[in-house]
Write a protein that binds this ligand. Structure first.
Ligand code: C5P
Length: 219
């Protein structure tokens, strides 16, 4: 059995997963993978080829053809890519195409990975599983500020609508739906700043490391 530490961080959009995961990876000395980028880069390729993100054959072909450069692109976090990513992510062939890359990434040295199905599908035996969530209002405001900071002017209402639509699609799809793993610890960041969320996550991880089992509440 591998002793390499896997920290699986799942949750809905704009809950603070990425900020937290990156910081935890730094603190733990582990590589970090933002798995949403894989779906975003696949969607970007489909859009660039004037394809349909709901077309399973085209989307899977683009997922299999992803290169490291695709993940470095600066235009992966636009509202159009948000929607197209959720669309390609609902396709089982796309998910299958991206699975082994994610597993190999984590198995090499251990890792912190964030996404929607890390604790349920990619690493169901992960030692640490966090489900990071927050109210829709808090998440929408964070995303809206982030977009505004990047010069993308959209109304708070449209950001809220997009988030709700994407969460509903992620949670209701048949393939690897967004849901907390049974042994995940829920971390609600609605009223937590980034520092507080990080501190709380460190406490949870310390408690898990001290215990013999996968998570405190399962013992
Ligand atoms: O996390 P992020 O918002 O960048 O992810 C973009 C989209 O990719 C999500 O809305 C979701 O549909 C999909 N995704 C997924 N599984 C993951 C990561 C992301 O389905 N592990």
């Amino acid at each position: 059995m591998s002793t390499k530490l896997i920290v699986a961080i799942d949750g809905p959009a704009a809950a603070g997963k990425g900020t937290l995961a990156r910081r935890l990876a730094g603190a733990l000395g582990l590589p970090y993978l933002d798995t949403g980028l894989l779906y975003r880069a696949t969607a970007r390729r489909v859009l660039d080829a004037a394809g349909d993100p709901a077309d399973p054959v085209a989307a899977e072909a683009h997922a299999r053809a992803l290169t490291p450069d695709d993940l470095e692109r600066a235009d992966l976090r636009t509202p159009a890519v948000d929607q197209a990513a959720a669309s390609v992510a609902s396709l089982p062939g796309v998910r299958a195409a991206l699975l082994s890359f994610q597993r190999q990434f984590g198995q090499a040295r251990g890792a912190v990975l964030d996404g929607r199905d890390i604790g349920t599908v990619i690493f169901p035996d992960a030692r640490v599983k966090l489900f990071v969530t927050a109210s829709v209002a808090a998440r929408a405001e964070r995303r809206w500020k982030e977009l505004a900071g990047r010069g993308i002017a959209v109304s708070l209402q449209s950001v809220t609508d997009d988030l709700e639509e994407r969460d509903a699609a992620d949670a209701s799809r048949a393939a690897a739906p967004l849901r907390p793993a049974a042994d995940a610890v829920i971390l609600d960041t609605t009223s937590l700043g980034a520092d507080q969320a990080f501190q709380r996550a460190c406490e949870i991880i310390d408690a898990i490391k001290k215990s013999a089992g996968p998570a405190p509440r399962t013992r």
